[in-house]
Design a protein around this ligand. Sequence first.
Ligand SMILES: Nc1ncnc2c1ncn2[C@@H]1O[C@H](COP(=O)(O)OP(=O)(O)O)[C@@H](O)[C@H]1O
Ligand SMILES: [Mg+2]
Length: 230
Amino acid sequence: MASKAHKRSLAVSRMKGLVLSLSPFSKVAEEYRSTRTNLYFLMKNKGSKSLVVTSAKKGEGKSTSVTNLAISMAKGNEKVLIVDANFRRPFVHTIFNLPNQLGFLDVLKGTLPMKEVMYHSYVPNLDVLTSGDLSSNSLEVINSQRIIAFLEEVSQQYDRIIIDAPPILEAAEVRFLASRSDGVILISCKNKTKIDEFAEAKRALEVAGANLIGVVLNEKNQSLLDGYFF
Ligand SMILES: Nc1ncnc2c1ncn2[C@@H]1O[C@H](COP(=O)(O)OP(=O)(O)O)[C@@H](O)[C@H]1O
Ligand SMILES: [Mg+2]
């Protein structure tokens, strides 16, 4: 059953995105550690646990950032849960080489408890809740009340909950997630994110009443991440 520890070791050489596992001394890994430290500083005194990561559009580095930040936090000795909330284009299960028949959608629906569907990853302290299968579910299960109940439950079990959200300009449910979580990180991708789309994304988060705590600038070609924070 899915609740058993996921012991299969990853073919990490295929996972070029997992910089902290592959090359902990690289400049990119250092950037993630620095981003993590900035986040801690900002979230610390507020008892903040849940963090939504979104961007204006797809392909801007959300899943990559979520995974690396979560690994960085787990390596900092915190108990971390990654949640894949990008139901239309889930990617976390691919990164961690996990099945995705069951997941977050089933927990939101209330048909299965969290512990039945989450996986312990190969990284100590890091658990993963994949998105679940949208073809056998409906997006109707995603509403504010269910998200609040879910976040309350997992906040008792984890130090940090990092949510890989869909692009805010493409999926209405991001607003629920963003407004119910403790903080939001907006990813911007160099040479990809358009300035007007970025501004629209930022505005949408403000309208939703989200606590936008920072922007991460993802630079794909040079594999460089940088962050600035409000
Ligand atoms: N900093 C980076 N360096 C190199 N490749 C990257 C970087 N960030 C993202 N990518 C690659 O770009 C693609 C899209 O990134 P992803 O994190 O899946 O975006 P999103 O989740 O926003 O759709 C993936 O193939 C990923 O491996
Ligand atoms: Mg993604």
